[in-house]
Structure formats: C-alpha cells, structure tokens
Ligand binder design. Sequence first.
Ligand SMILES: [Zn+2]
Length: 434
Amino acid sequence: MTDVFSDLVGQDEAVAVLRRAAASAAALLRAPAPAAAVPAGAPTGAEGPDGYDDLDALADDLHGPGPAATPDPGAGMTHAWIFTGPPGSGRSVAARAFAAALECAQGTGCGHCPGCHTTLAGTHADVRLVVPDGLSIGVGEMRSLVLRAASAPSGGRWQVVIIEDADRLTEAAGNALLKAIEEPPPRTVFLLCAPSTHPDDISVTIRSRCRVVPLRQPSAAAVVEVLVRRDGVTPEVAGWAAAAAQGHVGRARRLARDPDARQRRDAVLAVPRRLTGVGAAFDAASALIEAAEAEAAASVAEVDESERAALQTALGAGGTGRGAAGAMRGAAGQLKDLEKRQKSRATRAQRDALDRALVDLAAFYRDALTMALRAPVAPVHTDTATTAGAGAQKWEAEGCLRRLEAVLQCRTAIEANVKPRIAVEAMMLALWRG
Ligand SMILES: [Zn+2]
C-alpha cells in the first residue's frame, strides 16, 4: 500500500479534497496557540485547551449559516462530511481512508503508522464505525454514539464517527445526529456515507451542515488499471470484468479473480434463455435467490478475512505510539465488536447481492433494447450479446422495454420491503409472459 487513499479508484478530485483537509486538520492540531491556521478575527487558543475554539471558529468560517463564501472549498477542515456516490464507487472506503488520515501520525494518511493501521483495521480507540444493524439505524444506537463521540480523543487527535448508509437512519436517529452536528464537540468529526444528497437519502438540515464529497462511478479504464496494477489481472480479463461490473470496483475484482463469481453471473444471465414456462419461471426465481445468497456469503468471507488479518496486524504491531497503545487495550472487546459488525454486514450483503443480480439482468434487457433500437452503444454484457441480439429480434423494442421495466419494478418492490422471493417470482412470470 502506498498510502491510505490508494484504494480509492478513479476518484482523483475527491482524494485531492481529502488530502487538503487532512493537511489542514493536522495543521490545526500542531497549532494550539494562536497560529496561521486561525482565520483573522477569530478567537484564539485563550478560550479553551488545545485550540478547540480555533477549530470551531474555522468550521464556522467555512460552513457558517447561510451560503458562506468559500473560495476554495477543498482547502480547509470541517467537522461534518457526506460521501455520496453509486454503490461500489467507494463511499465507505473514502470515509475510512479520510479517518485514517485524520488519525495518522504524519497527518497525511501515510498507510504505515499505527494511527493509519488501527483505523483501517477498525480498532482505533477514537474511530467509531456505524454499520446499520438490519435495515435502519435506531435512535438508541445514535444517542449513545453521539454521547461517546463527545469525549476528548484518547489518541490526542480526533474523535471520528463514520456512519455507513446514513440514508438508513430512522428519523429520530437523524435528529439525534443533527443535534450533534449542529453543536459539534470540539474535536469530533462526522463522516456520513449515502447514495446521494437527495432529501430521501439525507435530511436537508443535516446536509446543510456538511461538506459533500461526491464520488463518481469510476471509469472502466480506472477499474482496469487498478485490477492490472494491484491484483495482477491480465488486461483482457480486466477489461471484460470492468465492463461487466458497470463501475462497481469490488464486483469487478471478484469477477476477474473468482471463477465462482463468474459462474454465478453466468447463471443470472442464463435466466432469459431458461424462461420456457411457468415451472421454469419459478425454478429461475429460486436459482436467482440462491445465487445471490452464495454471492453474499463469498463477498463477506473475503472482507471478513482481510479485516481479521488487519486486526491481528494491528494488535501485534507492537508500535510505541499512542495509537498502538490504544489498540492494545481491550483486544477481546475489539474482536467482539468486529464479529458483531461482520454479522450485520452479512445480512445486508444478501440484499445487496440480489440487487446486483437484478442490475446484471436489467443490463441484459437494456442491451437487447439498444440492439432493437439499433442504438450505437456498446453492450454491457459482451459475452451475452448474441443472446441479447436474438431477444431483440424476437421481442422488438416494446417487448425488451417491458421486460426491462419488470426487472426494475422488482428492484423497487424489494426496496419497499416486499419479500424478495415473492418479488422475484412475480418478475420471472412477467419476463416469461413478456
Ligand atoms: Zn499514518
């Protein structure tokens, strides 16, 4: 690893913003007394220990009420951030990397010091990660989190709270969080991850208090580059995987390296050919659900393993820094936390895997539709282009569109908490009938 940001694929602008913010934050820590980092006219360190008021003043200056003028929004540090972007673009990767940079002994996210290691391993005493248990983050969890986050950082740098899937906050939990963001504890930084800043995803009031870091769907070229450079995949396989994964970096890596993942994808893309009757439609529904379950188990196993390894490295690192000392405290409790986190992630992974299967399937019908319309665009699934072409001829544009809509409706139904099997069965019947 070169540094903590090197896993963020195709996000050069976001990385530049985060590097500047980390440097700014480090400068604030180095300057407890009146210093260059304090805006003109702001109160100086006289008001509190360690220049706490300096940070407040700076945060107000950058993010005060109303559309404050921020000539260079990337230059400074602020206490609340939202990372947005499509699934697989690396929202939580970005949040963790930034957290590591904030806790880094060099202040840069060097990737080598105990602060970086323990943050990435999920064991830093001052970094709290919230992964929704089940489908929404409750108010109780949020309140206790906000309370703990208000304490002074034990490592002397920052208290960081990372909230993955902030769009799954309950309204009450959102209000508890808003309160903390409105009156931020002096050394606490909130990092939220959400698909977008649409009011459905994040409340307008929370959004107005945060700086947004938009991540984009990484280009196929960026995904190919990282697969070749980091994972040693051949350019041909990398090119195919990047296109098939539609910008989802983790999925591209799995497709490129894991034959089972390729097989599960093949099974999903075989669905359109298999729909020959009602019985076949129900069989296809079962197969799709089971493939998603297998995919979820595999994806979780990979991350779980690397986290366990990282935790062991962190606990065995034997560093002498304050971050390492913090990591050594309560190793058993940390293992328990990690297991709990991994379990709730497994639940979520099943839902996400089914959604990805539906996205693959939708792309197949989208390929067929573009062929029926003779639109000059490359197919997503190059390896099923022939089947899609046959479908285009048989169904014509309207038939392709109806099928595409059936898949998208299935996704919407599952999002609205329809039981996945029921939604998938209804979709398969719709696909068969056309
Ligand atoms: Zn570091």
